[in-house]
Write a new protein. Structure first.
Length: 310
């Protein structure tokens, strides 16, 4: 009985360890990986654009925890659904020869997490949590240029810690840490073959989560997409991303040390551009399978979105 009680106490700490054993606090970047694919470098013509979309991510993480003579197998799983609305305004005025755009993204979502610890022959200990909430609102400024078949855009986006957040093993939709992401995107279309090449390279600067005294490190991300226009307006191909944490986590809340996480992903992608009653409409979909994850969730995600110009 005493052994079982001790195991239960140890398991609580191990479960907390699993929750913390992910580089970047909570194991998620404040920049939405995979959000940039076909048309990444294009800043559209002047006008007002509305995008609605959704995504689903399912991932897991596991580790062995040794406490004294006891080795515990600890693991966690997350299922995260997110819906968002994005508004982009491009004024009819050039800046430095390019089109300036200002965008705001408001997300909401549902997260379900389950963590468990096992040390056979003792029964496993599990914890679960789930809930809905508002996500962190993002504001983005961009400046884009186009020369023939090559378009490129420089951007800066700011993440406001506005989402649902509680300290502990809670269904947090927000990360409770401000962030600034800056980067450059390009799109090049080869006219003869109708091949399209896209890329986005960026760096995310995270600020401290004051509720936990956790300072997430600086992140690097590279997203890419290669496709071919198989018929008018329809581009089909493959997309992926590479994420690397450049500096380790710090602060008194980083109890497991200066983790530096990384992950890669690849999957099919498509986009379709058409006119609906003379109104431009863009539909897109993509699926990513992650691999080579280190100190971070590893799973898969599906994203769909639609954009209309007013």
């Amino acid at each position: 009985m005493r052994t079982r009680s001790a195991f239960a106490v140890i398991a609580v700490f191990a479960l907390s360890g699993v929750s913390s054993a992910r580089a970047d606090e909570a194991g998620f970047s404040s920049y939405g990986l995979g959000g940039s694919a076909f048309g990444a470098g294009v800043t559209p013509p002047p006008g007002t654009y509305l995008t609605v979309g959704s995504g689903f991510y399912s991932g897991k993480i596991g580790r062995a925890v040794t406490l004294g003579n006891v080795t515990l197998n600890a693991g966690a799983r997350v299922d995260f659904f997110q819906a968002f609305i994005n508004g982009l305004y491009v004024p009819d005025r050039k800046i430095l020869g390019g089109n300036f755009g200002l965008a705001v993204t408001i997300p909401t979502g549902h997260i379900s997490m389950r963590a468990n610890v096992s040390a056979p022959p003792l029964p496993p200990v599990e914890r679960e949590t789930a809930g809905w909430g508002l996500g962190d609102i993002t504001t983005r400024a961009q400046l884009g240029w186009q020369s023939g078949e090559f378009a490129h855009t420089a951007y800066v986006q700011v993440v406001a810690p506005s989402g649902r957040y509680e300290v502990g093993f809670k269904p947090d939709i927000g990360l409770n840490r401000p962030g600034i992401d800056t980067g450059w995107s390009f799109t090049w279309t080869e006219k003869t073959s109708k091949l399209q090449f896209n890329g986005t390279v960026g760096v995310t600067f995270n600020f401290e989560n004051t509720a936990t005294d956790y300072q997430s490190g600086t992140d690097f991300h590279f997203e890419w997409a290669i496709g071919r226009e198989v018929c008018t307006g329809l581009v089909i191909g493959v997309a992926g991303y590479d994420y690397r944490q450049l500096t380790g986590d710090s602060g008194t809340g980083a109890v497991l040390g200066p983790f530096e996480g990384s992950v890669d992903a690849i999957g099919p992608a498509l986009t379709y551009t058409t006119l609906v009653d003379k109104t431009p409409v863009i539909l897109s979909a993509r699926f990513y399978q992650e691999f080579n994850a280190d100190k971070r969730w590893e799973g898969n995600s599906t994203m769909v979105s639609g954009t209309v110009k007013f």
